[in-house]
Design a protein around this ligand. Structure first.
Ligand SMILES: [Zn+2]
Ligand SMILES: [Zn+2]
Length: 311
C-alpha cells in the first residue's frame, strides 16, 4: 500500500508563504493498493487536488466508484467535498463512509453544506450518485481489497480512526482525538470540561485499550498531533493530542512508524521543522521512526526504510 498526503492541517486552511513547505490544506489522504485500488481518507480542502487527479486518471469518465472514509464531519474534514471533481461526472458513484447515528442523518449533514445559501449546486443536483454508509467502531468492513476497521476516538461529539489492511501491509489513521483522560466524545466543545467520574474513566480506559489493540503491528500510524505540550495544557477540551501522546500509544502498540498530522494552523514551516527534529530524536529512543506529514509526501507501507522518515 502507498499513501499520499493532500492535506495535513487541522481546523482551517492556511495557505501562504509561511506554510509552503508543509502545506496549508486540511485533512485528506489518498491510499492506494498495489493493484491501484483507491481509498480516500477524509475530505478536507486537500480533496480538491486529489479529485482533479482522479478525474484525469479515469480512462473512461463515468462508471467509476470512489470510496471516501471520514473520521467525522467537522469542517476541516469535509470542506473539500463540494469541490471533488468526480462529483460532477455523470455515471459516477461516490460512497461516503462515516460515523453517524444513521446514514440518513449523514446525508442531511453533508447535504447541509451544499444548501443554496452556502453553495450553488445542491447535493441531489450533482451528476454523481452519492451513497452514505454508517460505520461503527469495532465493526470491520471490506472495500474492494481494503479491510477497514473503525476505531472509536475521544473528540467532541465523537470521531473514528481507521485501521486499513491490504496487500499484506497496514496503516492506521487516528484523527481527531484527545488523549483518554477526560471525557470529550459525548460532549459539546466547552472550556469547562468536568473532571471524569469513575464511570467515565472506565469508558475512557476501554477506548484507549481498544485503540492500542487496534494498532498492534500496524506498519505506519498517522496521528492527530495538533498541539505542542504547552498548547495542549491551555486547550485540553479541544479534542486533540500532542506528539508525546501519539508516541506513548504507538510505543504500547509496537508501531514502528509514526506520522505527525493535523498540524495546528499557527505552526508555520519553521515550527514544524523544530517539531520534526525534536520528535525524530525522541522517537528514535523508543525505536519508532517519526516524521511530519507534508503535502504531496508519499509513503509506502511495510517498508522498513521509508525515504520520508528522516530520523
Ligand atoms: Zn480536525
Ligand atoms: Zn474535529
Amino acid at each position: 500500500m502507498h499513501l499520499t498526503f493532500w492535506g495535513v492541517r487541522g481546523s482551517y486552511p492556511v495557505p501562504g508563504a509561511a506554510t509552503v513547505r508543509y502545506g496549508g490544506h486540511t485533512s485528506c489522504v489518498e491510499l492506494r493498493s498495489e493493484s491501484g485500488g483507491c481509498l480516500v481518507i477524509d475530505a478536507g480542502t486537500g480533496l480538491r487536488g486529489l479529485g482533479q487527479k482522479l478525474a484525469q486518471e479515469a480512462r473512461d469518465p463515468g462508471g467509476t466508484t470512489y470510496n471516501l472514509i471520514l473520521s467525522h464531519v467537522h469542517w476541516d474534514h469535509i470542506q473539500g467535498l463540494p469541490f471533488f471533481e468526480p462529483a460532477y461526472i455523470g455515471d459516477t458513484k461516490i460512497v461516503v463512509h462515516a460515523p453517524r447515528a444513521a446514514a440518513k442523518e449523514l446525508r442531511l449533514v453533508i447535504g447541509g453544506i451544499t444548501r443554496h445559501e452556502f453553495f450553488p449546486v445542491a447535493l441531489d443536483a450533482v451528476p454523481a450518485d452519492f451513497e452514505f454508509q454508517e460505520v461503527t467502531p469495532g465493526k470491520a468492513f471490506d472495500i474492494d481489497e481494503f479491510t477497514v476497521l473503525p476505531i472509536g476516538l475521544n473528540h467532541p461529539f465523537g470521531a473514528v480512526g481507521y485501521r486499513v489492511d491490504a496487500d499484506g501491509s497496514s496503516m492506521a489513521y487516528v484523527s481527531d482525538t484527545a488523549p483518554f483522560d477526560r471525557m470529550l466524545h459525548k460532549q459539546h466543545f466547552t472550556a469547562g470540561v468536568e473532571e471524569p467520574n469513575s464511570d467515565d474513566l472506565a469508558i475512557l480506559s476501554e477506548m484507549r485499550a481498544n485503540l492500542v489493540q487496534s494498532l498492534r503491528r500496524v506498519d505506519t500510524v498517522i496521528y492527530d498531533t495538533h498541539f505542542t505540550k504547552g498548547e495542549y495544557e491551555q486547550f485540553t477540551h479541544w479534542g486533540h493530542s500532542t506528539p508525546d501522546h501519539a508516541l506513548e500509544i504507538c510505543h504500547e502498540a509496537g508501531v514502528r512508524q509514526l506520522v505527525l498530522y493535523h498540524h495546528a494552523p499557527a505552526h508555520d514551516d519553521d515550527a514544524m521543522d523544530k517539531i520534526a527534529e525534536q520528535y525524530g530524536v525522541r522517537g528514535k529512543r523508543m525505536a519508532i521512526a517519526v516524521c511530519v506529514a507534508r503535502e504531496a509526501m508519499t509513503l509506502t507501507m511495510g517498508e522498513a526504510t521509508n525515504p520520508g522518515f528522516g530520523v
